[in-house]
Ligand binder design. Structure first.
Ligand code: 6PG
Length: 249
């Protein structure tokens, strides 16, 4: 059964501030306990303001950047400098701003032959960095929720949400839903990697997220359960950082 928590703030700005503070607290604790802290960043637009706060005073000075390893939960299969790249978004807001050693940042490679090959490269990277595990356990996995109910790049209609043995996979969401933006292939962690994270933070703001959040939180399995209802199988605590608009369910 899900170990869900909700932290509701007035608006998107206060959600970003609260989430940034709580992310910092998790990373500081993990670094103190284990000597390293591992985080998988979410993509999309919601987290950008949160990342910028992590790269600014006071948080930037409180974080032990030399002990923090930064990964990505998913990536659009575009060049790293492409406007749709999750890496570019995080680089502009955080990675290129905070004093983060470059050797601590592990982008999902997207310059391979195709998304299939780059998903294999991503899985190889994870297996190198999390050796000897059945699945990697990030200290913190950040996620968003898409309007179609996806999370990471586990899109409904694609095989990705059903990939339960590999650590990374790929998908072509537009082959199933032409309205998905941006219309590019994706590389993503698989559900077991999300389930195995020590903690998961979900950032969602705006009224358009409310219907999917309601279906994720519903006690009884809804008819049209969104892919992101898989969060109910997480072994760790899942904390939803919501604004009042998104939390009206
Ligand atoms: C991506 C993200 C995706 C995102 C949701 C929410 O690559 O787009 O990983 O899962 O978190 O689509 O996106 P917004 O924050 O832009 O609403």
């Amino acid at each position: 059964m899900a170990n869900f928590a909700k932290e509701v703030s007035k608006d998107a700005t206060s959600v970003s501030r609260n989430a940034a503070e709580k992310i910092a607290a998790v990373l500081i604790a993990a670094a103190q306990k284990n000597g390293r802290a591992t985080i998988a960043l979410a993509g999309g637009s919601t987290p950008k303001a949160c990342y910028a706060l992590m790269a600014a005073d006071p948080l930037v000075k409180s974080l032990p950047w030399s002990k923090i390893q930064i990964y990505f939960g998913d990536e659009r299969h575009v060049p790293k400098d492409h406007p749709d790249s999750n890496y570019r978004m995080a680089n502009e807001a955080l990675l290129n701003v905070a004093p983060i050693p470059r050797e601590n940042v592990f982008p999902i490679a997207t310059d391979g032959k195709d998304a299939v090959a780059d998903a294999e490269r991503f899985e190889k990277l994870l297996k190198e960095k999390f050796p000897g595990n059945a699945f990697p356990s990030f200290d913190l996995m950040l996620l968003g929720i898409g309007p179609d109910g996806h999370t990471a790049s586990l899109f409904p209609g694609t095989p990705a949400p059903q990939e339960l043995s590999r650590w990374a996979t790929w998908c072509d969401p537009n082959a199933f839903n032409p309205s998905i933006q941006p219309p590019v292939k994706r590389v993503t962690v698989t559900p077991p990697v999300i389930w195995n994270a020590a903690q998961v933070f979900v950032l969602a703001t705006g009224a358009e997220k409310t219907p999917m959040l309601a279906k994720i939180f519903a006690e009884n399995e809804p008819q049209d359960a969104p892919v992101s209802r898989l969060l109910r199988k997480c072994k760790g605590k899942v904390t939803f950082f919501l604004d009042e608009a998104a939390a009206k369910f």
